[in-house]
Design a protein around this ligand. Sequence first.
Ligand SMILES: Cc1ncc(COP(=O)(O)O)c(C=O)c1O
Length: 424
Amino acid sequence: MKSEQLYTRACKVLAGGVNSPVRFYDPYPFFATAARGSKITTADHQTYLDYCMGYGALLLGHGHPSVLDAVKSQLENGTLFCVPTEREIKLAEMLSKVVPCAQIVRLVNSGSEATMHAIRLARAFTKKNDVVKFAGGYHGAHDYVLAKAGSGAASIPASDGVLEEAASHTLVAPYNDSAMLERTIEKNRANVACVIIEPVLANIGLALPEKGYLNEVRKITEQNDVLLIFDEVVTGFRLALGGAGEFFGIKPDIATFAKALGGGFPIGAIAGKKEIMQQLAPVGSVYQASTFAGNPVSVAAAIATLEALLEGKNSIYPQVARTCDSIVNGIRDMVAASKLECRINSIGSMFQLFFATEKVRDEASAKKANALSFRRLYDEILKRDVFVPPSQFETCFVSYAHTEDDSDRTVDAYGDALRRIAKK
Ligand SMILES: Cc1ncc(COP(=O)(O)O)c(C=O)c1O
């Protein structure tokens, strides 16, 4: 197997053989050579239906033609200027049009950068130090958000190398429990600068906000002079063009974006109220900087992505939700036929299956699900040419490139896999 050989070679020069821990799984991950539309091709010439989709980055699918055209034409005109461009203004104007809280925008390169600086902004604005996050919420790999984190960090208690001093400023509350959030904040009111939340918890598998929960979070933060940061790195431009802010009709003080914004290219954004965002240098005294921020290639990709989403929004969002619903309904039928105990959560173009007896609504319930059975499911559906993120603590993503035929094949693959799992 070429992937096996590549992994052996990779381990000699790359830490752990991969450049991000979620990419590794036992005994070795497949290596990719190409991807287009809804499919990804491996070094062993297998082609899989892809529901990892760049961990949510590829809402329009791999290699959307208008994104590729925009990037190709930018490549001819330069790849890095490090002086301002008109295109950056255009992108910020588009963002402030579609994102409800985006009065002012700062472009960055990734989701981690966006959340790290959003937290710094909140501290500077409130003149307080503590951050409240939620168990199972993932906001990137920096010091203030790794406590009880989801995604690849879900299987480790905490990261070594994070200063105790930094971790001591991070308070963790359970998701979907507004009473506990209120208690946490009231007890530490003098110190809490911000609450950072994935409006839909997408890094512990998928857990949805219960009715009225996000409104309560907004109310509690407002009442306690605490800023609310919506980490929309997954939900932004995916749940709706205006992200979870639009979908749930809630305006946070700051929102962070990455993934779907770039249509497959690295870009992120911090967006928020003018009085908060104007604290950023060079106008204000919160320092945030980056050589590659607003680079012309990623900006071209982001503009093309947003243009495609703006133009097609009345068909794209209903279509991805329909495809996702038909996959989820099909899998539910297969689960019922298999007599296995499973729970499936889904919203818009996102879904995840848990081998669980009780509803999955937070980190605690997600962690009760049988991760070993999930791992078996992963192996079985991969054998049937369907690739999902190789962890129970991730979400599956449907793109605009996924077709009805893809959806039927996916349901069949889950059905076969569930039958095999039920037999043993
Ligand atoms: C909700 C959320 N926030 C932040 C991040 C970090 O983004 P990045 O990997 O681009 O640094 C992620 C990554 O998965 C995420 O899912």
